[in-house]
Design a protein. Structure first.
Lengths: 231, 231, 231, 231
């Protein structure tokens, strides 16, 4: 069932290690088949070294396991909420990567300080509010997803493919599982640069809009000219 | 004698290098056989590259060498004290990993700033007092263990599997040697995130209890649902 | 066409990864054949792993593609401007390396704080002004080159083989493609040291001229005695 | 001539790369044969990858090349001064490692903040004064050695096997070439910990003498009990 997607999602989870984004079992990637209304996600607490496509768990958009012998990631209900509210998203990555998590712990958004950021995120990477006591006790992981969606109320999730959950860490997304991993890597690098720039100038200003817009548009706008033409 | 435990402890010591937690001979791991009342520890000052199970030293809970041709780690009496006072501990790791040691040198506990920390440590990672002059001259390594135990007076060593010895570095523990290494890795990563979060906000607040408790409980509480059910 | 140069430029682009200067496709290297008036540059948005000499794109000094089936790097017009204005330059490297970019984002030059810097750059590594709104909309990449050239008005590009584009990142150059990569690596290391030195002393002073001049001269002056005599 | 020493010194130079202490050609190691009154040193500006024992250069204590077809390191006269003034030294390493150099550039000694430092250096790692204008123009590299020796006027070079040359970087030494490399690695790690501890507490206090002396003595004192008994 969904064998090709399981392979993609397994590869994307293993890529987390190659990119230096996770140690131990601190992260998970999922990918969705929109037609089937099902997504594939990493099993909970399983080492990346041992991960095989057949370990992947298939889940429906109610969060029910449809296929697979292992428990899905404990963050599965967060993925469910994001897939339901962000219909163009094809893959989701959650990590505790060091620099992005440092911002999440400081409950501080990552301002757009340079073109590296502007190439990939149209504006600051937002930080959610802290999740409330009742939200935790009722349905922690589901409400984590809802708090993210709430934060994107007036923001475009297509142009800002990631968020910092306050006191927790980053969630990123993309058109498929592997692109969500790439966005998690970009976020981590952008966060590291931002920490260092802020150390060099605590009163640092954001990149002016005429530059940041140009960079985002040349990669993602309708007349984008970065990369090769797709066949 | 204790051949299987020697293998485990040897592997755990070598894992210190793979995790980037030590250079040269800056660390040691031990593991205990509670029934036999004996533990196995790295020999002093021997390179991790050359380490073989047969080099491991077997020590009793008086700190006397029972088996092995090499001197045990100079920190052996600290391990003895911890095994005697923390009866549920099966393995102990000591390192001088950079970020955890930075906190130990600053004599500052690591506050719980995020869920990465809360997943593994129920509260701040404590720092001991400085060891006194007489304690050093009488029995330095043994008293290092006693100072750790003293610090845990009202703390639960089962829920906080590590400590910073002031001016020195971290000691971590777990149900066996390898888990103590994992906890040392977690502590190092958590310390790095904390240093960066504090740089971003010197007045940073701890994670509220309703979130940190949830994270610790979903991994370690009686209704834990993280990971796979054990067979 | 220019087969040997394509190999050199391909190797130099791949070296960016080995040196840890880029992830994903965040950088590009070019090399010029001054006699032919043509340069060879990385194709846009292609992974370094897959890069072959035959993927390289040949461009003339008007920025027109002369040979190659792929689109050249989107930064090609910046390379054109630098080759036209800096006639002794044989290779150019652009990266978003973390520490150099941190300075670029803080819009702060890298002061000469030590002999590592002085060995390779005769004075501070300058930072450009921010590019203007009209300059962006008219010809962003070309004007990025012009802003760099403007910044070198009274500076010697032969003695300072690199620059920080404000809010963007570093461009470096050298006698050929590989030397420009080496200069990008040096710049990144020098930037990292400078960030740490500034953290240790926010009022740090530049290295006195009698030392910095000596270091630059012993490597690059007419009586240079560093390295081996060239055959 | 001195074939075995050439091998040792070649290995020690290559170890600089394995330890992450150098990039490009930013470092050099030498080792001395005290009976012969000759030392062996890396050739200037040669890549570590290509380094063979036969490339090593033999130099006498006047700094004259006695054997070898390549130019010795440009820092050779500094090594000469150290070998002449520090008669128990058997090997010398110079690097531009990032964290130690950050202290050298800030012209700040590395205070003894913890037992990692105390295990290897009896007190702060000193920083020299800046070398003067006339000293540079007369004999820069030789006078760099003299400035180091001057700094050790009342210090014990046997108990503090390294120094920071102000505005430049570290020189370390030991009983042979490889031990001097190990001391350079220790210095780099100790410097990194110190930068982070100082960030956590700008008013940090040095480790009390009763602890630092204990650590140095248990490794280096007459009743040392760290490591294995030597055969």
């Amino acid at each position: 069932m969904l064998e090709k997607l399981k392979e993609e999602v397994c590869d994307a989870n293993r890529e987390l290690v190659h990119c230096g984004l996770v140690v131990l079992t601190w992260g998970n990637v999922s990918g969705i088949d929109r037609e089937a209304g099902l997504f594939v996600i990493k099993p909970s607490g399983v080492s990346y070294d041992d991960l095989k496509p057949s370990d992947m768990v298939v889940v429906d958009l109610e969060g029910k396991v449809v296929n697979g012998s292992k428990r899905p990631s404990s963050d599965t209900p967060t993925h469910v909420e994001l897939y339901k509210s962000f219909p163009m998203v094809g893959g989701i990555t959650h990590t505790h990567s060091t620099n992005a998590t440092a911002f999440a712990q400081a409950r501080r958004e990552i301002p757009c300080l340079g073109t590296t950021h502007a190439d990939h995120f149209a504006g600051a990477v937002p930080v959610t509010r802290l999740i409330g006591d009742k939200e935790v006790s009722e349905a922690y992981e589901r409400n984590t997803g809802k708090v993210i969606v709430e934060r994107f109320g007036s923001l475009d999730y297509g142009a800002i493919p990631g968020v910092l959950v306050a006191g927790h860490g980053p969630f990123c997304w993309g058109k498929d599982a592997m692109e969500s991993v790439r966005n998690a890597l970009i976020l981590e690098r952008v966060a590291e640069m931002a920490i260092k720039s802020i150390a060099l100038d605590p009163n640092i200003q954001e990149l002016p809009g005429h530059i940041s817009n140009k960079h985002f548009d040349r990669k993602h706008g309708k007349d984008a000219y970065y990369g090769q033409e797709e066949d």
